[in-house]
Write a protein that binds this ligand. Structure first.
Ligand code: MN
Length: 746
């Protein structure tokens, strides 16, 4: 519902607007050309006219006529995903039932039940932005449910999201953040899982552009600056290969393509290196036009030719020809040593594989007849359906589980008999045990991985062969939840813990009953509810359990008044069981300590805390998060938890900005790495406290084999000051890198 009625900075005459709309419509028809059968043109025209009429008075935030949005979504469906006529009609109509007077019955009458069903699916999963967290999660759950009904719903939804991301510029900052986070949290992984690599990459890049604008611009700039040099290198690399390939008579293309900004940034973060040190800024791709029966053979031949010319790294060979990824991806990847001692990644695939890599599921359908893995997606949908149908847990948990179980990359492991099992990356021996059978999981005490004994928490790797060891005395415990990543294992462990909890709670129930009788209060539903709410618990089960494990001391019952047989709340006594609002403890800076402007009603200052997970300092890009019982917690927008918070609890996010304040300083940390040189520490401290007059709170230095690493905790006023310091430190002789440290490190 991204509509407003006024028209900001947009001035086309009515005539020009009409022409623009018609031009877009014709472009859509052109894109569909090869797929049109007799009668289709009329159907599409009809859908277009209905949508145009229904959205007639609506405009997007940018001021554009609204109909340009469904037209653009339809074109993405056709051009970038490869969907056909029916999906085009649905895409044109996707916002009508939600936002206009058109009803589902109207759609069904005009276009039949198949199209009405898809439009219904798209309507159910509209972008509900200002709803609470569980509604939001519920919304995602619906997306996943419709996915298993008709995958076209999700493919159109992804196109819709992609177009919204492409046109995010005209939205308000907090909406940009919210929509971007949601996109990286769920839509990009879904696109990846559906095999839509291009769409996934573009989504991630766009989201980063809004969430990390500075870094994004910096990397983009550096990529542009180094382009010429890179092109020269790529040509040099390709030349001998081209000659060889031509001699073999293969029908091929070979070219270099840059990696996405987001993936470069990921590398920089993961390996803690600068842009200049990321070796794979690009990959070389060889595209073969092979007949189906020769695909594998020819790919390996190309591999052999390439590795005759350049030495491959044995660890970096990825054979997705024999074992395609579960999203259908097939290719052969290798990394070889190119000219000037640089590692270069080479991807070898056929045209068919390339189309699957770009258009995912839709292309997969096109080719699926006659291939062995016809049911790849069906199997996946089946698994999702299973998990969704026996889900009674919290939807937010569900979403997290879903992400780790179904959207993660996968590994292949083997049973002792040699059967293959696919598990998400990060799976442990315990996950494997539960994947065989829940009874085996529950009794698991360890495993033999490749004949070596390992604990249940042992992380598995592709190719491992696992034998599970069980004992009848074993049963799941709370800490097992930390050892598993699959939804199945998690839900089975939770079930079992709940069962245990009930047994324990029974004791607490009995204790409570006696105590209440002793003080003359009735053991009644009303009195129990009074206690549950006093201790801020969720259920009577929790109350009994807390009593049983002695977390609640029943001596406190004396503080209650008993009127008749009813318990009355005591005068305020301390609450020993304050519920935790979110999972982050906050440092205690109150409103008088720092200036922060909270947008919304007014710029009144209110109580807030700085999140411990990302330690914001003034100048950082931040947002406020409303925490039950603790006011506002301020997080950096690039906080590791930000995406999850923004995506799931958008309604609790408040826009905030720092005010200038030079009196208050904030604790932060710098990690400095350099050559261990006499006097280097002195130079550093001299610069910080002598020259820049910044207070150092703590300093630890470790030196090893000529390299030192210094961790400095210091008080700065804002980000600018920190940046200047970082810059000056880097200029000192012998300093290799200076980095702000995140999270709990301070
Ligand atoms: Mn839309």
């Amino acid at each position: 519902m991204e509509t407003v009625l006024q028209i900001p900075k947009y001035n086309l005459s009515e005539e020009q607007e009409k022409n623009l709309i018609l031009r877009e419509y014709r472009a859509l028809l052109r894109a569909l050309k090869t797929k049109l059968k007799p009668g289709d043109r009329k159907l599409i025209r009809n859908a277009f006219e209905i949508a145009a009429e229904a959205h007639k008075s609506m405009r997007r935030k940018s001021g554009e006529p609204y109909i340009l949005h469904p037209l653009a979504v339809a074109r993405i469906c056709v051009e970038e995903i490869g969907l056909g006529v029916r999906s085009t009609i649905c895409a044109l109509l996707h916002d009508t039932v939600e936002d206009t007077d058109i009803s589902l019955e109207d759609v069904e009458r005009e276009f039949g039940s198949e199209i009405a069903r898809i439009v219904d699916g798209l309507t159910k999963i509209s972008n509900v932005i200002d709803v609470n967290a569980s509604q939001q999660a519920e919304n995602f759950k619906k997306i996943l449910l419709t996915l298993t009904d008709d995958p076209r719903v999700i493919l159109i939804k992804l196109s819709d999201r992609l177009h919204n991301m492409r046109t995010l510029d005209s939205m308000k900052r907090e909406k940009q953040l919210k929509i971007s986070s949601e996109t990286v949290y769920i839509y990009a992984p879904l696109a990846h899982r559906m095999g839509l690599y291009n769409i996934k990459t573009e989504m991630e890049d766009l989201a980063m552009k809004y969430m990390e604008p500075e870094t994004y611009k910096e990397i983009a700039k550096k990529l542009a600056e180094t382009k010429r040099e890179r092109t020269r290198y790529i040509n040099e690399f390709i030349k001998p290969l081209k000659d060889k390939l031509e001699k073999t008579g293969f029908n091929f293309e070979i070219y270099g393509r840059p990696k996405s900004i987001h993936s470069i940034w990921n590398k920089m973060r993961k390996k803690a290196v600068d842009f200049e040190e990321v070796y794979d800024l690009f990959a070389i791709r060889v595209l073969l036009d092979s007949p189906p029966e020769k695909e594998k053979e020819e790919c390996w031949k190309v591999y052999s030719l390439i590795t005759d010319e350049y030495t491959p790294s044995p660890e970096r060979l990825r054979d997705w020809l024999s074992n395609p990824k579960s999203n259908g991806y097939e290719a052969l990847h290798t990394t070889v040593m190119g000219p000037q001692g640089k590692w270069v990644e080479v991807q070898i695939r056929t045209k068919r594989m390339n189309e699957i890599a770009e258009k995912g599921l839709a292309a997969h359908w096109k080719y699926k007849e006659g291939t062995a893995d016809e049911s790849r997606f069906d199997k996946w949908f089946q698994q999702i359906r299973e998990v969704i149908s026996n889900q009674e847990t919290d939807t937010i948990d569900f979403l997290q589980d879903f992400k780790t179980s179904f959207l993660a990359e996968e590994i292949y492991v083997y049973t002792p008999k040699g059967d293959v099992k696919m598990l998400p990356v990060g799976s442990t021996a315990l996950d494997f045990a539960f994947s065989i059978h829940s009874a085996i999981g529950s009794k698991c005490i360890g495993a033999k991985v490749n004949h070596k004994l390992v604990p249940i928490s042992h992380k598995l790797r592709s190719g491992d062969q696992i034998e599970i060891i069980t004992s009848n005395k074993q049963k799941p415990s709370e800490d097992w939840l930390g050892f598993v990543v699959t939804a199945k294992a998690r839900s089975k462990i939770k079930d079992s813990l709940k069962e245990d909890k009930r047994t324990i709670a029974d004791e607490g129930k009995y204790t409570l009953q006696r105590k209440m009788e002793a003080i003359g209060a009735a053991y009644s539903q009303g009195n129990i509810e009074e206690l549950v709410s006093f201790y801020k618990l969720n259920s009577s089960l929790d109350l009994f359990y807390q009593i049983a494990i002695k977390n609640i001391d029943l001596k406190e019952l004396k503080e209650f008044q008993v009127l008749g047989d009813r318990l009355e709340l005591p005068k305020p006594i301390k609450h020993p069981h304050e519920p935790k609002g979110d999972n982050f403890t906050s440092s205690s800076l109150s409103k008088k300590d720092a200036e922060l402007i909270i947008f919304g009603e007014s710029s009144d200052r209110i109580v807030y805390n700085l999140a411990n997970c990302c330690k914001p300092i003034p100048g950082d890009d931040v947002f406020g998060f409303v925490t039950t019982g603790k006011g506002l917690t301020i997080h950096r927008t690039n906080c590791p938890n930000a995406a999850k918070l923004l995506a799931n609890y958008g309604h609790r996010v408040v826009k905030t900005k720092w005010a200038k304040n030079k009196e208050i300083s904030f604790l932060t940390g710098l990690k400095i790495i350099g050559m261990d040189d006499v006097g280097v520490i002195h130079k550093i401290t001299n610069l910080i406290s002598g020259e820049l007059k910044i207070n150092i709170a703590a300093l630890t230095v470790e030196a090893k084999e000529g390299i030192f690493q210094g961790n400095i905790k210091l008080y700065v006023h804002d980000k600018e000051e920190l940046e200047i310091l970082g810059q000056k430190l880097k200029e000192l002789p012998g300093i290799e890198s200076v980095e702000r440290y995140d999270a709990e490190a301070v």
